[in-house]
Design a protein around this ligand. Structure first.
Ligand code: GAR
Length: 198
């Protein structure tokens, strides 16, 4: 069997990246080919290297807000690695339509809310502030609009009385680590139907 190659883009600790990497063994239809970060200090880079995965850094800061120029460099290691699928996993840069269109139908993102609720940042605080009874995470296909695109899976958690944003985020993160590998496995096998974890 020839495996699909997966590039994972991170900006921080990379716990979702680790859960994806650890899932891609045995009869999984994909394997990691690259972990790429916009941040040389991203803790996930060392974890990826320790797991024997090629890593690369393209710092966005020298581009001073010129997203297209940043992305011209960002795309290079992805193409060189021959990635079939791109997984955004805590990658905190907004991508332009030009970049996204190159990977249309083969780029996934995980977002810490029950989309379409709470696109963007501070999702946990916003869900608590709104008095919601539940919160969660979504894996979706990436389209040019931020945190939009076909939903491939969701997992839900209750919001408890007196939850802080950090406590809620930690509870959601546990579900992210279940959801993203489960969706990627199906997606890499060609199954784009929606997965709802309980
Ligand atoms: C995760 O909670 C992920 O859903 C979120 O950042 C965190 C990264 O953690 N992503 C976004 O907010 C994207 N807008 P990780 O580096 O430990 O995977």
């Amino acid at each position: 069997m020839s495996h699909k190659k997966v590039a994972i883009l991170i900006s921080g600790g990379g716990s979702n990246m680790v859960s994806l990497v650890e899932s891609m063994t045995g009869d999984h239809p994909a394997r990691p080919c690259l972990v790429l970060s916009n941040n040389a200090d991203a803790g996930g880079l060392q974890k990826a290297a320790a797991a024997g995965i090629a890593t690369a850094v393209v710092d966005h800061r020298p581009f001073k807000g010129d997203r297209a120029a940043f992305e011209e460099d960002l795309v290079k290691p992805i193409l060189e690695a021959g990635a079939d699928i791109v997984c955004l996993a805590g990658f905190m840069r907004v991508l332009t339509a030009g970049f996204v269109s190159q990977f249309q139908g083969r780029m996934l993102n995980i977002h810490p809310s029950l989309l379409p609720k709470y696109k963007g940042l501070h999702t946990h605080a916003r869900a608590i502030e709104a008095g919601d009874a539940e919160h969660g995470c979504t894996v979706h296909e990436v389209t040019p609009a931020l945190d939009d695109g076909p939903i491939l899976g969701q997992a839900r958690v209750p919001i408890l009385p007196d939850d802080t944003p950090d406590e809620l985020a930690a509870r959601v993160l546990v579900q992210e680590h279940r959801l993203y590998p489960a969706v990627l496995r199906r997606y890499a096998a060609g199954d784009r139907s929606r997965l709802d974890l309980t």
